[in-house]
Design a binder for this molecule. Structure first.
Ligand SMILES: NC(=O)c1ccc[n+]([C@@H]2O[C@H](COP(=O)([O-])OP(=O)(O)OC[C@H]3O[C@@H](n4cnc5c(N)ncnc54)[C@H](OP(=O)(O)O)[C@@H]3O)[C@@H](O)[C@H]2O)c1
Length: 259
């Protein structure tokens, strides 16, 4: 189903982002996909096999140079859907983390995301047309002991998405926040969290998570928390004191060797 519309998906080499790109391909979008490592070309090859036009960009979206590199490849083409999904986690106690790693996490999850949304979003507002999907997380609803910086970045994104959506309410540009719970991707290994209850727990299928996010974006919804238990958890997060939530998070995210 060709639509001649363009979707830009970041973090599309694996996990939720790759599955979001597959959803966009099935929806008939041409794709610009981006990730930091050469594996983005392998993802592009698999997506092209679905009879989809794909441009792949290898760029570090934790840097302004990386964001600009992606924007150059997009060029003057109007972006119909922006799926700002690239992100990383970082486990362990904050004071035990390498500060450069923590800073890069903020640069990628927050600064790189809003820089891209700012540039692409202005074009959408001018044309009065577009869909933005931001991958936040249910992690944004609770203080993330032993993953403190990550949960802070996701609290930012969950909050930012809702605010931007409100600012654009008189336009035909929609902003949707995808808020998954633990999902079976490379995320926990990359965050050095395999030795935690989160790391060892049963997780959602990234294809299911992505499909729910894509459908919510296409329906112009404000957001979607994927999975029944995650919906229950986020509902309770509004009632349970933050001190208790922080302790609950510690039990899930503290490395087993230290708990
Ligand atoms: N898995 C979960 O439990 C979970 C739950 C809630 C929310 N999320 C969110 O879902 C999103 C996708 O994560 P995932 O679970 O699918 O993990 P993933 O498989 O590790 O995917 C992360 C993607 O982001 C890309 N990326 C990482 N650093 C980058 C950088 N500096 N510049 C450009 N791209 C970069 C990765 O590409 P490279 O390999 O090239 O770096 C990869 O394509 C993230 O925002 C994450 O916070 C995940």
């Amino acid at each position: 189903m060709a639509t001649d519309q363009l979707a830009v998906i970041t973090g599309a080499s694996s996990g939720i982002g790759y599955e979001l790109a597959r959803c966009c391909a099935s929806g008939g979008y041409d794709l610009v996909i981006c990730a930091d490592e050469p594996e983005i070309e392998e993802a592009a090859a698999k997506l092209r096999a679905l009879d989809t036009k794909v441009d792949a960009v290898q760029a570090d979206l934790a840097t302004m140079e990386g964001v600009d590199k992606l924007l150059v490849v997009i060029g003057p083409r109007p972006v119909d859907a922006l799926l700002a999904n690239a992100g990383r986690g970082l486990g362990h106690a904050f004071l035990d983390q390498d500060f450069d790693e923590a800073r890069k996490l903020v640069d990628l999850n927050i600064t790189g995301t809003i820089a891209l949304v700012h540039r692409v979003g202005r074009g959408m507002r001018e044309r009065n047309q577009g869909r933005i999907l931001i991958t936040g997380s249910i992690a944004g609803f609770m203080p993330g002991s032993f993953q403190a910086v990550y949960n802070g970045t996701k609290a930012f994104l969950d909050n930012f998405s809702m605010a931007l959506r409100n600012e654009l309410k008189d336009t035909d540009v929609t902003v949707t926040c995808l808020m998954p719970g633990p999902t079976e991707t490379d995320f926990f290994e990359r965050a050095d969290m395999e030795d935690t209850k989160f790391g060892k727990s049963e997780k959602a299928d990234p294809a299911d998570v992505a499909r729910k996010g894509y459908e919510a974006m296409m329906a112009g919804k404000s957001g979607v928390v994927t999975g029944f238990m995650n919906k229950v958890q986020t509902a309770f997060a509004g009632i349970i004191p933050d001190t208790v939530l922080a302790e609950m998070h510690r039990r899930m995210a503290e490395p087993d060797g230290k708990g």
